[in-house]
Design a protein around this ligand. Structure first.
Ligand code: GDP
Ligand code: IMO
Ligand code: MG
Length: 421
């Protein structure tokens, strides 16, 4: 396999990144999460077992692989501990296989409180965050008061920094919270965390020098990217390829493959514009067949037709070399399928995906219609075994996006993936 390969969410998250990471991890030595925090929920089904990864890289189920939580992440230590315990109970060996960047920022309980307060203050404009304290933790990072994992090495200085931050944030946001219990809990957890802490950018550079291969696991999605997404209805980090590079500390020139994960339709959780959203019985039907409920919060996901305008934009921002089209099986049985090929704004076709949200909110999708297929596709192992209309739908998307669709998801399990040359 190629030396560094990235897997990036091409839409609004939950495209099925976890499943491809799990499949490809077998062929890589090191798997790296680089951005976001426990807002992510990456689901993997192995046999009858279901695993949902929030912080730990989704490569962890493969014995012997090294998993790295990179400098671009924001990490809530009790959630990390919980996730590790679940994996241990399932028989996964953790020791010597998991690293946490000394530069990664930590998420504390007060970040969650501020997340909640900010949402309440926004009222009808609320982002619909996962309430995991992600935005406030990145705020502390960019305002240069954030606390990094490496600071746990000197616990007395860490406590002083924590108390300083809490005191000033309490004044700013007017909330009451006593951090003593959290500090006691972190002191306990730090025994488990300290051995994981490393200069992971250096570790990855050394791994590359030793001819090891690296798989970068994106989180969230390009349309949730703080710069390129539908701001302000986004997460607080760069979820597209640029953020994954910065968040791992790997030189951009080392990345030779950049795979987009895109659903065969579109989903979104939380608020914000969604031009192809189906607010009708068909949207409900897709949600039901696709089991579209958040892996982190359990919220119902909004569902809609494939948006080729957004996909082209995502392609431009990331420069994908291949696409994994997921959940194609969910569309089986629908008689007609629609694809949005243009946005119409005030009667005119827009040339580009707009930055201005008031424009995006008023865009009407222009659709082309394609015939669906009725057959179950879960047993198809080769592209040519798919129904004719299914192949036509995939080829149409490929042409519209301008990128080869090399992986086709036909079900939630590891085996349910078609590899296409
Ligand atoms: P992620 O955050 O991008 O890793 O995606 P999530 O795990 O949040 O949501 C994707 C959901 O779709 C998960 O429940 C996956 O098990 C499931 N999934 C992934 N690929 C496929 C597929 O090709 N077909 C079906 N039916 N389910 C899939
Ligand atoms: P994965 O990695 C889907 C969305 C939230 C909300 C917005 C901001 O599983 O694809 P945040 O808590 O990050 O401040 O929320 O971003 N969001 C996601 N939606 N999948 C995700 O991650 C998401 N991470 C954040 O729903 O609208
Ligand atoms: Mg998810």
């Amino acid at each position: 396999m190629k030396e560094v390969c990235a897997i990036v969410g091409g839409q609004w998250g939950d495209e099925g990144k976890g499943k491809l990471v799990d499949i490809l991890a077998q062929k890589f030595d090191v798997i790296v999460r680089a951005t976001g925090g426990a807002n992510a929920g990456h689901t993997i089904y192995v046999g009858n077992q279901k695993f949902v990864f929030h912080l730990v890289p989704a490569g962890m189920l493969h014995p012997g692989k090294i998993c790295v939580m990179g400098n671009g992440m924001v990490v809530h230590l009790p959630t990390l501990l919980e996730e590790i315990e679940i994996l241990k109970k399932a028989g996964v060996k953790i020791s010597g296989r998991l690293l946490l960047s000394d530069r990664a920022h930590l998420v504390f309980e007060y970040h969650k409180i501020i997340d909640q307060l900010q949402e309440e203050m926004k009222g009808s404009q609320k982002v619909g965050t996962t309430r995991r304290g992600i935005g406030p933790a990145y705020m502390d990072k960019t305002s240069r008061i954030g606390i990094r994992a490496g600071e746990l090495k000197n616990f007395a200085a860490f406590v002083a920094h924590y108390r300083r931050n809490l005191a000033s944030l309490k004044k700013m946001y007017e909330f009451s919270f006593n951090g003593d219990a959290e500090l006691r809990a972190i002191k306990k957890i730090s025994k488990m965390v300290l051995p994981l802490i490393a200069d992971t950018s250096l570790y990855l550079a050394n791994a590359l020098s030793a001819k090891k291969s690296i798989l970068l696991e994106g989180a969230n999605g390009t349309l949730l990217d703080i710069d390129h997404g539908t701001f302000p209805y986004v997460t607080s980090s760069n979820a597209s390829i640029g953020g994954i590079i910065a968040g791992s500390g790997i030189a951009p020139s080392r990345i030779v493959e950049n795979i987009a994960i895109m659903k065969a339709y579109v989903t979104r959780v939380g608020s914000g514009p969604f031009p192809t959203e189906l607010k009708d019985a068909l949207g409900d039907k897709i949600r039901e067949i696709g089991n579209e409920f958040g892996a982190t919060t359990g919220r119902p996901r909004r569902c809609g037709w494939f948006d080729a305008v957004a996909a082209q934009y995502s392609m431009r921002v990331n420069g994908f070399s291949a696409i994994n089209l997921t959940k194609v099986d969910v569309l089986s049985t629908l008689k007609k399928l629609k694809i949005c090929t243009a946005y119409i704004y005030k009667g005119k076709k827009l040339a580009e995906f707009p930055a201005d949200l008031s424009v995006l909110e008023q865009c009407r999708p222009h659709y082309i219609e394609m015939s669906g297929w009725q057959e179950d596709i879960s047993s198809a192992k080769k592209f040519h075994q798919l129904p004719k209309n299914c192949m036509a739908y995939i080829k149409k998307l490929e042409k519209l996006i301008g990128c080869p669709i090399r992986y086709i998801g036909t079900g939630k399990r590891r085996e349910e993936m078609i590899f296409r040359k």
